[in-house]
Design a binder for this molecule. Structure first.
Ligand code: TRP
Ligand code: ZN
Length: 871
């Protein structure tokens, strides 16, 4: 496979041709679909004239006309990436008719078939696999789409915007005409055809627009769409209330698809979802699934403004829509549920995924400078770090000015394709402050390290804080500059009371926030009775690593500061990290951790979901990343063993407390779906995990499995049984499989449990799954459930010293790559920190990566391999 050429951010030039309108006609059929496109094109008078070039891949051209006249063979040039019409220098209508084969489309981009449905995925470059077009996001066109298909096979025909007409045709066919009222880039084009059923509701926006909302799924799944529908209505209401954003069309359709490369897609008025983020009922979905549905529905709906009505000028601006929209979906979830628990989850994920990505060979700026395959840049850095940047702006400006900035951004740029500068400029105006330094957050890769030292002088009664920042080098960026960092802080006195007086010095301080900008700052507080207890960077006020030598005593005290759950959680995470990685006084850290968790378990006033978070130790990946960030070589076995030991110790020390809390929580409405019941299940199942360590027969897990009233409880018990290798595990697995065997999404769940079980024969079990009837290499959810859960969720087995885990992953990537490069390439992320492993493991991986590289894989996989192997 040839490598794609690099696209560079600084080479951007406006489109030389515009496409004002597109008329599309589809004769839909799984084996062969014909697409007729009429593009109304004109050269941009402000740009130097260039030959008309249309993008197109894997299209069979049947007909080409310009202004109605057929084009002779010598009037065009066709190559694998598109079509050039050299003779054309004026406004014209180009009509093409092409044939495509949805059924043979295994890449799941463009038009493809999934369980009897025909559907599209166009972001980032799928549209060119449907028809010849100007496939770039800064070309906005008005779309009119006529869909024709067999009425029996494809009774429902959906498109973007509003359905203006529909009816019967001869020969058992029918049609629907869809018009999207506002111009859009082609990556937001979508259609769906198939036997779908829906649940429906109406929403009236606050200025009176009446919207027909429908969530569509296969008829047998439609009873599981109610929750998704409620989430759409909630998201619509929330965006009106919190950000003043109203939906502006007559229809909003959401469709569930079983085969889908990512989470979901925000096509205007026709969002298409991976079924796992739509289908949910208490018997088949866990509490976590319900909440994932809420956040992904929110995310895609919020794109209607942040992404669709205001879109991206080029793909380097991806974080403009994704960072902002993740921030918005995080806020939605926070406003609907517990803000503290949501922030803890997000910080945990940021540290386990984004920090790791940012410290390895795949590190890249939130706005990269070049790419070969943009599909490789839908990353934790673009999404999650992108959202953290928006969050910092929100922190600095405050809700009111941030909201004004967003209003200004949407009002000013509605209907256009813009850059990150446009967003920052709107925030600058609304916040009336210079944010130019902030753009560096978009251009500089790597996680900054903020180092803090303090001292107290009893004779002068002066407390002084010295803060430095530096960012480690990343690929292609050896020199780093200081960044503007809003660092939250608080000082406590000996009795744990907050000291209200603010630090002062060479950085602005207001309301518990130090605004760092330089490489070094000094601040102090005069007239203090004793050395205060400081907290720095609470709630991760910036995506940085805060280094401050607290010591176990101080962390133990922070863990008991009652009004700040995030501070408590983070103090506990630090204690656990020090204990596991044997840093400083590791023994004392362990004891302080045990004390702090005892207090949390005894406190019946606390949100049980929060207590559950505090009992979960830092993710294995985060611990490894801590070692990497402090310059060490990772001993995966030791990190794993130390983490396990600490979990054992927590279980042993707290066994009675855990049993008590388990029983208390089990008494809360076991099958209710409200917040208190969900929180109770969280703590109960966290306790179950720990208690099973003390329970060789796994009796409690067995009892829970047999009596479970929800999927949450059933699955948690199954996981406890399988991961403990309990003698009851095989029977529980087969009971579970036979109860839910018909449902692919539930099957994914038990497969993921097996693939992530840290057992001696784990690799054999995964191999068995990958050669058995459950291995469906064309179904991304299934591949992720087995292969992804193994590579990302089973570190001991994946990192087996003989390299068998790596071989399993790389063999699977090689096998998947030809059919679905997006799916295959993504799996390589599990190796992103390979260079920091011990020499023997690193050698296994290097050899494996090189051998895959020499087999000439897809251009996506090649790009990632080259970055992974670059030194
Ligand atoms: N824009 C989508 C989102 O974040 C994600 C996305 C990008 C995607 N590329 C994709 C989804 C390819 C499916 C397939 O919401
Ligand atoms: Zn998105």
């Amino acid at each position: 496979m040839t490598q794609a050429p690099a696209t560079c951010r600084h080479d951007y030039a406006p489109p030389p041709w515009r496409c004002l309108a597109i008329e599309l006609e589809f004769d839909l059929d799984a084996a062969a679909t014909e697409v007729t496109a009429r593009l109304q094109l004109e050269p941009d008078p402000g740009q130097p004239l260039q030959p008309l070039r249309l993008d197109g891949e894997a299209l069979e051209l049947l007909e080409l006309r310009v202004d109605g006249d057929p084009v002779a063979a010598d009037g065009m040039r066709i190559d694998p990436a598109g079509l050039t019409l050299p003779g054309i220098d004026r406004a014209c209508t180009v009509q093409t008719r092409v044939r495509i084969g949805p059924e043979r489309n295994t890449r799941l981009e463009g038009l493809y078939a999934s369980e009897g449905l025909l559907l599209t995925q166009c972001e980032a470059h799928g549209f060119r696999r449907i028809t010849y077009a100007l496939d770039r996001p800064d070309v906005l066109s008005r779309y009119e789409v006529l869909l024709r298909a067999d009425v029996a096979r494809y009774p429902v025909l959906l498109g973007n915007g509003n359905c203006e007409d529909a009816g019967r045709l001869p020969d058992g066919r029918h049609y629907a005409r869809w018009v999207d009222p506002e111009p859009k880039p082609c990556y937001l084009f979508a259609l769906v055809a198939g036997a779908l059923d829906s649940v429906r509701a109406r929403h009236t926006t606050r200025s009176g627009n009446d919207v027909a909302v429908a969530v569509w799924a296969a008829p047998e799944d439609v009873t599981r769409c109610r929750h998704a529908l409620q989430c759409v209505l909630r998201a619509m209401r929330w965006d009106e209330q919190r950000f003043g954003r109203e939906y502006d069309m007559a229809e909003f359709n959401v469709v569930a698809a079983r085969d889908f490369n990512m989470g979901a897609m925000e096509n205007t008025g026709l969002n298409i979802f991976n079924a796992r983020y739509i289908l949910a009922d208490p018997d088949t979905a866990t509490d976590a699934d319900f909440s994932d549905v809420e956040s992904v529905i929110g995310h895609e709906y919020f794109h209607h403004w942040s992404g669709n009505r205001v879109t991206v000028r080029d793909w380097f601006q991806l974080a403009l829509k994704e960072g902002l929209t993740v921030f918005r979906d995080q806020e939605f979830t926070s406003d609907m549920n517990s803000r503290a628990v949501k922030r803890i989850e997000d910080v945990r994920m940021l540290r386990a995924r984004q920090f790791v990505e940012d410290s390895g060979p795949l590190a890249h700026p939130v706005r990269p400078n070049s790419y070969r395959e943009i599909d490789n840049f839908y990353t934790a850095t673009v999404y999650e770090k992108g959202a953290e940047i928006v969050r910092m702006l929100h922190t600095l400006l405050g809700e009111t000015a941030f909201r004004q900035g967003l209003d200004l951004y949407f009002a000013r740029h509605r209907g256009s394709a813009v850059t990150i500068e446009a967003f920052v400029a709107a925030m600058t105006e609304a916040g009336q402050r210079d944010l130019s330094g902030f753009l560096r957050w978009y251009s500089q890769a790597g996680t900054p390290v903020v180092e803090i030292r303090d001292s107290y002088d009893a004779t002068t009664r002066r407390y002084e804080v010295q803060i430095t920042q530096h960012t480690p080098p990343t690929p292609g960026q050896s020199e780093k500059q200081p960044l503007p960092i809003p660092l939250a802080y608080a000082l406590y006195d000996a009795r744990g009371r907050r000291i209200e007086r603010a630090l002062a010095g060479d950085a602005p301080v207001h309301e518990g926030l130090i605004e760092l900008s330089g490489a070094r700052h000094t601040l102090c507080l005069e007239d203090v009775d004793a050395a205060p207890l400081p907290a720095f960077g609470q709630a991760l006020s910036a995506p940085v690593r805060v280094r401050y030598d607290y010591g176990p005593d101080a962390l133990g005290r922070l863990a008991s500061i009652e009004r700040d759950p995030l501070l408590r959680w983070d103090a506990i995470q630090r204690l656990a990290t020090d204990a596991i990685l044997a840093r400083g006084e590791a023994g004392a850290s362990r004891l302080a951790l045990l004390d702090a968790t005892a207090v949390l378990l005894e406190d019946a006033e606390l949100d049980p979901a929060f207590v559950a978070q505090c009992l979960q130790l830092p993710a294995f990946d985060t611990l490894v990343d801590e070692v990497v960030a402090s310059g060490g070589t990772v001993d995966v076995d030791r990190v794993w063993a130390a983490r396990e030991e600490l979990l054992d110790e927590l279980a042993e020390r707290h066994v009675e407390r855990l049993e008590r809390r388990y029983q208390d929580m089990a008494a809360v409405d076991p099958d209710a779906m409200n917040a208190p019941a969900i929180a109770a299940r969280r703590l109960k199942n966290t306790a179950l995990d720990l208690l099973t360590r003390m329970d060789p027969a796994a009796a409690l897990a067995q009892t829970q499995f047999a009596a479970a009233a929800t999927m949450t409880d059933r699955l948690a018990a199954l996981r406890a049984l399988v991961h403990a290798d309990a003698s009851a595990a095989p029977q529980a697995l087969s009971a579970f499989a036979s109860r839910h065997g018909a449902d692919a999404l539930v099957t994914d769940k038990w497969l993921a449990i097996v693939a992530s079980a840290p057992l001696a024969d784990a690799i054999g079990r995964v191999q068995a799954l990958m050669t058995g009837r459950h291995w469906l290499p064309r179904n991304p959810n299934r591949v992720r459930a087995i292969l992804g859960s193994f590579a990302r969720g089973n570190p001991v087995a994946f990192h087996r010293a003989d390299g068998a885990g790596y071989a399993l992953l790389l063999g699977a990537v090689a096998a998947l790559d030809a059919a679905n490069p997006q799916l295959a390439a993504r799996q390589l992320g599990a190796l992103e920190n390979w260079q920091h492993l011990d020499a023997a493991r690193a050698q296994h991986i290097r050899a494996g990566l090189q051998s895959l590289r020499s087999a000439e894989p897809s251009s996506l996989t090649t790009e990632l391999l080259d970055r992974l192997l670059a030194d």
